[in-house]
Design a binder for this molecule. Structure first.
Ligand SMILES: CC(=O)SCCNC(=O)CCNC(=O)[C@H](O)C(C)(C)COP(=O)(O)OP(=O)(O)OC[C@H]1O[C@@H](n2cnc3c(N)ncnc32)[C@H](O)[C@@H]1OP(=O)(O)O
Ligand SMILES: O=C([O-])CC(=O)C(=O)O
Length: 371
C-alpha cells in the first residue's frame, strides 16, 4: 500500500460541477472571470445545479423560490437565542442551526429528486437568514425578515443591517458570492460527498461541510487575514511583522494553495474590489497593507494569495463583522456543496479508502491488575 499525505494529487471522483485545469477555474465549463464579470449569484446557483445557464423565466422562478423559502422556522430562531452567545463563533452557531433546521423538514430523509430539489432551495435560501439572524440576536436585536422584492445579495445585506444596501455594495457582495460558489474537490466539498455517499441526508452533508470549512486552513482563513491586518495596524509595520512571522515558521493566512501554484484566479477580482471599496470608505490602508504583505510573502516564499486574502478587506469595507467572513463563504459555497451532493447521489458509491497501518504489531492482552 502506498499513501499520499493529505491525498495531494489524488483523483477521488469524477465531477462536472467545476474544474481547475492549468490554473483556470470553471463552473461547468464557464470561466470564473466571465462569470465574475457578468453573472448574478442566482444564475450561478442555477448553473451549478442544472449544468447550464438559466433562461429568463427560469431565473425569475429560482429568484422567487429563494425568496419564498427564505424564512426559517421560528424554532430555529428561538434556539439561536438560547446559544451561549458570548462564547459562540458564528460558524459554530451556523453548523448547529443548519443541523437543527433539518429537524423541521419532514422530507429530510426523502431522497427523491423532487424532495432533494426542495431541500436544496430551502438550504440555499435559509442559510443567509440564519447567519444574519444570529448576528443580530447576539447584538440584542430582533432578526430582520427577508424581503421578497430583493435579490439574494441585497437580501443578505438588508437582513444584516435592516437597511437597504446601495448598488455598489450589492454588486460587490454578488461578485464575492459568485467567486466563492464552487471549487472542485476542496476539503468541505469532499466532506459533504463522503457524508452523503453513505446515503445520509442533505442536512447531514451540509452540516459536515460547514464543520470542515470552519478550519483556518480552509474557509476560516479569511477572518484570520483581517485579524492579522488589524494587528499589523499600518503599512510601516508590515515588513517587520511578516519577516518575523516567516522566520518563526508562522503560516501567513490567505497565502498558498494545494492546487494553484501559479496563483488563484479569484484573487485578482477580490484585489480589484478591495482597491475600489477601500477608496470609497477612505480606508485605503487595508488595501495598501494587503498589497505590501502580498509583495513580501511572494518575494520571500514564492507564495501567492488565495481567495481568502483580499476578500478580508473587501468584507471589512462592506461593514461586515470579521467573524461573519467565513459564514459568508458558507452562504456562497452552499450552492457548490448542494451541486456536489446531488451529483454524488446521482451516481453513488460508498467512499471508503484504506489506511496504511503503522501501529504496533502482535500485542498480547494483559489483565488490568498485571499492567
Ligand atoms: C478557500 C481556501 O481554503 S484557500 C486556503 C486558505 N488557507 C490559508 O490561507 C491558510 C494558509 N495556507 C496554508 O496553510 C497552505 O498553503 C494550504 C493549507 C492552503 C495548502 O497547504 P499544502 O498544500 O498542504 O501545503 P503545506 O501546508 O504542506 O505547505 C508547503 C510548504 O509551504 C509552506 N507554506 C504553505 N502555505 C504557507 C503560508 N500561508 N505561509 C507560510 N508558509 C506557507 C509550508 O510551511 C510548507 O513549508 P515547508 O515545506 O518548509 O514545511
Ligand atoms: O480548493 C481548495 O482546496 C480550497 C479553496 O480554494 C476553496 O475551497 O475555494
Amino acid at each position: 500500500m502506498s499513501t499520499t499525505r493529505g491525498l495531494e494529487g489524488v483523483v477521488a471522483t469524477t465531477s462536472s460541477v467545476s474544474s481547475i485545469i492549468d490554473g483556470v477555474l470553471t463552473y461547468h465549463g464557464f470561466d470564473i472571470d466571465d462569470l465574475a464579470n457578468n453573472a448574478s449569484f442566482e444564475e450561478v446557483i442555477f448553473l451549478l445545479w442544472n449544468g447550464r445557464l438559466p433562461k429568463e423565466e427560469e431565473l425569475k422562478q429560482l429568484t422567487e423560490d429563494l425568496a419564498n423559502y427564505a424564512e426559517v422556522p421560528q424554532g430555529v430562531i428561538d434556539q439561536m437565542k438560547m446559544y451561549p452567545i458570548d462564547q459562540v463563533h458564528p460558524m459554530a452557531a451556523l453548523r448547529t442551526a443548519i443541523s437543527f433546521l433539518g429537524l423541521y423538514d419532514s422530507e429530510a430523509d426523502d431522497q427523491s429528486e423532487e424532495a432533494n430539489k426542495r431541500k436544496a432551495l430551502k438550504l440555499q435560501a435559509q442559510i443567509q437568514t440564519i447567519v444574519t439572524a444570529f448576528s443580530r440576536i447576539r447584538e440584542g436585536k430582533e432578526p430582520v425578515a427577508p424581503r421578497k422584492d430583493l435579490g439574494f445579495a441585497a437580501n443578505f445585506l438588508y437582513m444584516l443591517t435592516g437597511e437597504e444596501p446601495d448598488a455598489i455594495a450589492i454588486d460587490a457582495f454578488n461578485k464575492a458570492l459568485v467567486l466563492h460558489a464552487d471549487h472542485e474537490l476542496n476539503a468541505s466539498t469532499f466532506t459533504a460527498r463522503v457524508c452523503v455517499a453513505t446515503l445520509s441526508d442533505m442536512y447531514s452533508g451540509i452540516t459536515a461541510a460547514i464543520g470542515a470549512l470552519k478550519g483556518p486552513l480552509h474557509g476560516g482563513a479569511n477572518e484570520r487575514v483581517m485579524a492579522m491586518l488589524m494587528e499589523i495596524e499600518n503599512v510601516e509595520n508590515v515588513e517587520p511583522y511578516i519577516m518575523n512571522a516567516l522566520s518563526n515558521k508562522v503560516k501567513i493566512m490567505g497565502f498558498g494553495h494545494r492546487v494553484y501554484k501559479d496563483g488563484d484566479p479569484r484573487a485578482k477580482h477580490l484585489k480589484d474590489m478591495s482597491k475600489q471599496l477601500t477608496a470609497i470608505t477612505g480606508e485605503e490602508k487595508w488595501y495598501e497593507m494587503s498589497v505590501k504583505i502580498n509583495e513580501i510573502v511572494t518575494r520571500e516564499k514564492g507564495l501567492l494569495p488565495n481567495v481568502d486574502f483580499y476578500s478580508a478587506s473587501v468584507y471589512h469595507s462592506l461593514g461586515i463583522k470579521h467573524d461573519l467572513f467565513t459564514p459568508i463563504f458558507a452562504i456562497s459555497r452552499m450552492s457548490g456543496w448542494i451541486a456536489h451532493i446531488l451529483e454524488q447521489y446521482s451516481n453513488n458509491r460508498l467512499i471508503r479508502p484504506r489506511a496504511e497501518y503503522v501501529g504496533p504489531d502482535k500485542q498480547v492482552y494483559v489483565p488490568i491488575d498485571q499492567r
